[in-house]
Design a binder for this molecule. Structure first.
Ligand code: BG6
Ligand code: GLC
Length: 826
């Protein structure tokens, strides 16, 4: 008691200037620019923590990715119902973005109704709260004469932190402000709403998107101002969102573009980062709140707490005898008796409001008391706007750094009762932000009509994306073959194989290879393998010794003009490559036995004789079809007259692959190359002593008689039309590496032309045949598991092992040469 009198005596000396004693009493709340810059830096560091995968779990500022990837671009349209839950009012709305008006101002029409939320529901069970929300929705439909049985699309503003696996899912992180609802932690809020709508019954509602109020505010303001990339709420709570570069958001895959991040900055300081700024009044407010220890920054800033802060300061000053001659009323002692609206009112309209408010609290203020209490309100609300300015400066600095700019022109969309109703708040905030960031052009856009317009815009984008995704899926469904279709392909392939064995002129040619044996591991010596398969020619030396092999090879590209020139030029080119290789290996004089892998359909009449049936895979060198390719190669070698070879075997790459794998696994009886295969089988029309011979099926030709027309889609047809062998190799064109990239390009081109990709913008490169290489597909998808799984389903009675041919078919050709030589030598 004595202490109170002493303090009272001391301060009575200063009574002539009531604001000074308040300044002194609240000096910890008065933040000058250097302290604000310090807070700004701390907030920047917190943002980084929240964005990084390593530190996000422990971060006080959560930095939640929202799945919103762009601000409005003018293409949004549609009619939506909207729910706005979590601010000071719960509202149900109808929002129409008129199609004929598009994005021009006034293009949005809204009707709304506010529904009270009883206190017990704010602290009750989640299901009860959402039942109330859904019943309010039904009431709204009824009142506005909207048929509940028609399908309605719904946008949901939910002003609490959520993690978003997608736009229409939000996993509740926590409640806050005046809500403490049970039973939703970690659960999907949208699901809870859907279930409640189901319980209410008789409504057909699809929830398209759920967004935080900051995001909805940014979108609302972004509708009129393309520069709006920040959404700020200074209302019951406070929070900010902004467009962040995707490459900085560890929790979301992908590096291209931006995504809106809901910072949940209300939690700034929960880990102690603001301890040196926190006053005893902040601590008292926190202790009496629904969520002690949480939302430190929010409790220093937002509307829900400012009145209470002022009350606690005034109470303490009165108790110390600094106000009301030391008299304190019960009303002043009662929590909630000074509201944020009172704070705003006290700062407005001279001292009259202050006097009325204090009198309402059963106090008898002198005019000095009124001046002092008004000043308390000013300091408390000034601190709030200063703290928001410091946080916002950090956000804008981050955006500026992200874009590597000195200055930045940006619009901040703002909503919230405190910002909207406190007469001086906006001006103070704008001034400090501009002072802290002199290089930035910052505009503040007020979201006059609340956040639901923005939520509806997000829903409109979600709807457009859903319908786009559906149309893309429809296009891609042409490539998804069901079991029945696969069974049909299987039986047609079987028929094709059997017909090919019976006679000539079939689509599946079933060419004899004259290879009767797979290797037995006793092969010995040096062999040359020449491999012409596609765009490359490989020359290879293979050394077999005691079940081991050593390989040396060189790769030569075949220029397009050679692939499509004359036969003589092509084989001269091959001879030149072989000559170079032998030179390189120092074997020009060796006259080695050679296997020639020639991966085109050849009618063989012996192991080293074969006439080309037709070119495939982009080759069309003249004067080759109908000629013996071994003979042509020998001729070219003769013309060159620099070396000699003993070409003992002509081998298809499938045969080479089978031999190569059979060297590792004697059970290997099938070789398959990306769409061409052969198998060991009996060929009745070939005379031989042996019971088995390897057949090159040339299965790529299946469908050349239109037997696959029912699974060939328009993209396949387009690829065929532009190929060098139109109408031929239809199975190969659906499976082979040479064509898959081109099929993908056709799909991309079509989807882009239909406006479903790249905003409908068809670029020149996309129009260029061959630009999308098949290797990109293997980078995107890991195309072999599917083959294995489908074979298992389609041939359940077979136990099939897939053995990748590590060294290609060249080693197989050398093995065949070795096998042939050993037989010849017997
Ligand atoms: C409203 C928005 O205008 O402002 C809400 O529509 C938002 O979505 C609210 O939550 C925030 O302000 P307050 O003051 O109502 O919390
Ligand atoms: C609280 C909520 C946040 C919301 C803000 C403004 O801070 O956690 O999600 O945006 O209030 O309403």
């Amino acid at each position: 008691m004595l202490a109170v009198h002493l303090v009272s005596f001391f301060f009575s000396k200063l009574q002539e200037d009531p604001t000074k004693k308040v300044d002194r009493f609240l000096h910890a709340m008065r933040l000058h620019d250097d302290r604000l810059s310090d807070i700004s830096k701390r907030f920047l560091a917190e943002m980084k923590k929240g964005l990084s995968a390593e530190s996000t779990a422990a971060a006080a500022v959560k930095m939640l990715p929202t799945q919103v990837r762009s601000t409005p671009d003018g293409s949004e349209k549609g009619e939506f119902l909207a729910l706005d839950l979590g601010g000071s009012n719960f509202k149900v709305l109808r929002v129409k973005v008129r199609e004929d008006v598009g994005i021009k101002k006034g293009g949005v029409e809204m009707e709304e109704k506010t529904y009270p939320i009883p206190n017990e529901l704010q602290a009750g069970k989640a299901a009860e709260l959402f039942d109330h929300v859904s019943e309010s929705l039904k009431d709204f439909l009824h009142e506005k004469n909207i048929s509940p049985s028609n399908k309605h699309l719904l946008a949901f503003t939910f002003s609490f932190p959520c993690e978003h696996p997608s736009l229409d899912q939000g996993l509740s992180v926590s409640w806050g402000k005046n809500y403490r609802v049970r039973g939703l932690q970690g659960k999907d809020v949208v699901q809870a709403l859907k279930e409640a709508i189901g319980r209410t019954g008789d409504m057909d509602v699809e929830v398209l998107a759920m967004v935080n109020d900051t995001v909805a505010t940014m979108m609302t303001c972004g509708f009129d101002d393309q520069c709006c990339e920040v959404g700020l709420i200074i209302g019951t709570g406070t929070n900010v969102c902004y467009m962040e570069e995707l490459r900085h958001i560890d929790l979301v895959e992908g590096d291209e573009g931006r995504m809106c991040v809901n910072t949940e900055w209300g939690g700034f300081g929960d880990d102690g980062a603001l301890d040196d700024f926190i006053t005893e009044f902040d601590r008292d407010v926190d202790a009496a709140s629904l969520n002690p220890g949480q939302q430190t920054f929010e409790k220093m800033v937002s509307g829900m707490y400012l009145g209470e802060l002022v009350r606690l300061v005034v109470l303490k000053m009165a108790k110390l005898g600094l106000l009301f001659d030391g008299r304190v009323s019960d009303a002043l002692r009662t929590k909630g008796n000074i509201t944020t609206a009172d704070v705003a009112a006290m700062e407005e309209n001279g001292l009259k409001n202050t006097k009325d408010i204090l009198t309402r609290l059963h106090l008898s203020p002198s005019s000095d008391d009124c001046i002092a209490v008004q000043h308390v309100s000013t300091i408390v609300s000034f601190r709030s706007s200063n703290l928001v300015a410091a946080g916002l400066a950090a956000i804008l600095t981050r955006i500026r750094q992200n874009r590597n700019l000195r200055g930045v022109k940006i619009t901040v969309g703002v909503d919230g009762t405190l910002y909207k109703t406190h007469p001086q708040y906006p001006k103070r905030l704008h001034k400090v932000v501009r002072r802290l960031l002199p290089d930035c052009q910052v505009r503040f856009a007020l979201s006059e009509s609340g956040s639901s317009k923005g939520a509806a815009l997000v829903a409109a984008v979600a709807q457009r994306l859903t319908s786009q995704r559906r149309r893309v899926d429809e296009a891609l469904s042409l490539f998804r073959l069901n079991q029945q279709q696969l069974q049909l392909v299987k039986s047609r392939m079987r028929e094709g194989l059997e017909a090919g064995l019976r006679g000539k002129g079939c689509t599946v040619k079933m060419l004899p290879s004259f290879v009767y044996h797979t290797p037995d591991g006793t092969e010995n010596g040096n062999y040359l393998a020449l491999d012409l398969g596609g765009t490359n020619f490989r020359a290879m030396l293979v050394r077999f010794k005691r079940h081991k092999s050593q390989l040396y090879h060189k790769i030569y590209t075949i220029p397009l003009e050679i692939m499509q020139g004359t036969g003589e030029e092509l084989f001269d080119h091959l001879a030149q490559c072989v000559c170079d290789f032998l030179d390189y290996m120092g074997l020009k004089k060796a006259c080695l036995p050679a296997g020639f892998t020639f991966s085109f359909p050849c009618e063989q009449s012996g192991i080293n004789k074969g006439t080309l049936v037709s070119w495939t895979k982009g080759f069309k060198a003249t004067d080759c079809v109908g000629q013996d390719v071994v003979f042509m190669l020998r001729d070219a070698i003769k013309r060159r007259n620099e070396f000699d070879l003993d070409i003992v075997a002509l081998v298809n790459d499938t045969v080479g692959t089978m031999m190569s794998c059979a060297y590792e696994d004697p059970q290997c009886e099938i070789g398959m190359i990306a769409g061409m295969s052969h198998y060991l089988g009996e060929k009745s029309n070939v005379e031989a002593d042996e019971s088995k011979m390897c057949i090159n099926t040339e299965w790529g030709g299946l469908g050349d008689d239109h037997s696959l027309d029912d699974i060939i889609n328009p993209y396949d047809a387009e690829v065929d039309i532009h190929s060098v062998n139109q109408g031929k190799q239809r199975f190969e064109k659906m499976t082979g590496g040479m064509y898959l990239g081109e099929i993908v390009r056709q799909v991309l081109l079509d989807l882009t032309r239909r406006g479903l990709l790249f905003k409908g913008h068809v670029t020149e490169p996309l129009k260029t045949p061959g630009i999308f290489e098949t290797k990109y597909l293997s980078q995107i998808e890991s195309f072999s598991q599917v083959v294995k799984e489908t074979v298992r389903v389609m041939a359940p009675q077979c136990d099939v092992t897939f053995l990748p041919s590590e060294e290609g078919s060249g080693k197989g050709a050398a093995l065949i040469a070795a096998v042939v030589q050993s037989i010849n030598n017997i």
